[in-house]
Design a protein around this ligand. Sequence first.
Ligand code: ADQ
Length: 475
Amino acid sequence: EGVEVSSAHTYDFVIAANRLPVDRVVTTDGSVEWQRSPGGLVTAMESVMRGRDAAWVGWSGQADEAPEPFKDDNLLLVPVELSADEVTSYYEGQSNDSLWPIYHDVIVPATFRRSWAAAYEKVNRRFAQRVADVAAEGATVWIHDYQLQLVPRMLRVLRPDVRIGWFNHIPFPPVELFAQLPVRHSLLMGLLGADFLGFQRPADAENFLRACRRLLMAKTKGDVVEVPDSDRRVRAAAVPISIDAADLAALAESEPVKARAAEIREQLGNPRTILLGVDRLDYTKGIRHRLKAFDELLRDGRLDPTDTMLVQVASPSRERVDAYRELRHQVERTVGNINGAYSPIGSTAVTYMHRSFPREEMAALYRAADVMLVTPLRDGMNLVAKEYVTCHDGPGALVLSEFTGAAGELKQAFRCNPHDIEALKNTILTAIDTPADERSRRMRALRKQVAKNDVQAWATKYLDALRLAPEKPTA
Ligand code: ADQ
């Protein structure tokens, strides 16, 4: 149902993120459907927002369309319009071809265009305006991620009465890389419009504080920045994100999911070892490194394709950005090469699926997998690692890159540097060969860690920090 909101300053709690939690999809017969949008941010925030009286401001996923705000349970969804040009310039360009590479260690080169930066500013202003329209007097506003870094300052100008938080789902780069950005100054000043800035790792918060000192000549005291030419102080600290562990564990332990996990193993021919990778198809995820290691282990005869197989699930992502197209070609070529060289008749060495699956199927896959391969070259957190240890209650094993935020928390994982292919191969073999009781013990510890530090605990911790900033919460 449509709701008139332009004059309604009625929401005490407002979320702003690039995407709404649902995408507008026009099906082949022309009818409109709303589907859950992909990625880690929505996975995490969906369960935090469930049942809350709040507004969520974001893009619908379709260009040139801005449906009226509508209700989804208690949540008011407020679509922000993007023109086809703005999808190219603000989203695919500035967000995903300039900022994303810089924030992920320049794994691929970054491209800078003045027209993209201008579109980014224009779209950020539109987001700030929509938030200002729906927020009640004194509301709490929680802005998400690297696409909206100018919104905090813009919103403060429009609405000095509201409390403003920002959370970065991706890493914050070292100042040596950040300094390359032509928009570095406006980004830092944009963020400093907030009261509290949350990051995945302490190192990300430290990188931000260092950038403020080095590039703005701002003074910092502990984790608090004194905003230049103002009497405002902004706190920047780590609040690592998580998953809805109880909810996912219950799903994973349900009879249909258990049965499906057994069926998956059956359908794969009951191999001794199933290795699993689950990622958005993104060059930060280290999929090529993982495939190279698996390829060489088969080539060297250290893994036997008749009893070991790799399942790689890669959800489609940013398919109009060149680096993503190139990655898809490389991954699909490599999978083809491995299967051509090693697949036995009636089976495949690598089962590759380039599509999205429902939660039930993902939970069953996690349960079915003996070894989970999480090998990013850089990743803010990586929720897949936390999902795996939550779903698998037997002798599984998590191979986890030290370049993920999750590595700071999941100490019982088999840690790896994915750049070191030889070491990665050895770590995969160690994970496979470690005795079942030792693997079970590690998995239990990991599972407990995630259960204790779940997404609800994260949201509580974040919102406490936001309420008290620049002071620290005591606990
Ligand atoms: P992402 O880069 O999207 O998230 P991640 O944290 O792993 O990465 O989240 C991916 C989510 O998508 C998971 O919930 C996973 O289950 C789901 N998913 C992946 N492939 C899928 C498929 N084929 N079908 C169905 N579901 C699939 C960003 C940052 C991360 C950070 C999160 C949250 O890049 O570092 O952890 O935000 O802050």
